[in-house]
Design a protein around this ligand. Structure first.
Ligand SMILES: [Zn+2]
Length: 135
């Protein structure tokens, strides 16, 4: 099974407690890696300004922790787009979320507790956030 990646487009809620996003522009990579369609991402951000992150799959059983490559890539994207980004990683039915922030503006208030919101950890695990994905 090859890894897949989607670009997440949507928005952060007003108080920046959560993301609401849709998966767009699927790309398929190799069994061990996948890249987003970076041209599409840059064009989308230029025209809509609504790229909020990326969703990608890992090989079955590989877990949902970000790889060293994921961390480098997400840091680069966050810097390129100038904002914190959501990184969702799926292994089978399990999805974990992480926030990669390029700034220190990530002060969070209490999280919402609606059941369809998934907890998200930032890579430094200091800034919990939530997300909802609509297909
Ligand atoms: Zn990965």
């Amino acid at each position: 099974m090859n890894e897949k990646c989607w670009v997440l487009v949507g928005k952060q809620t007003k108080r920046r407690r959560a993301w609401v996003a849709k998966k767009r522009r699927r790309t398929v990579g190799s069994p061990t890696s996948v890249e987003a369609d970076w041209r599409w991402v840059l064009a989308r951000e230029e025209s809509h300004g609504d790229v909020v992150g990326f969703f990608h799959t890992h090989p079955d059983g590989a877990g949902t922790r970000p790889s060293a490559r994921d961390i480098r890539t997400m840091g680069a994207w966050s810097s390129a787009l100038g904002k914190p980004l959501l990184c969702l990683i799926a292994d089978g039915e399990t999805v974990s979320g992480y926030v990669f922030a390029n700034d220190e503006s990530a002060n969070d208030e209490r999280a919402d507790d609606e059941s369809n919101w998934k907890a998200v950890k930032s890579i430094d695990e200091k800034t919990p956030r939530r997300y909802a994905i609509f297909e």
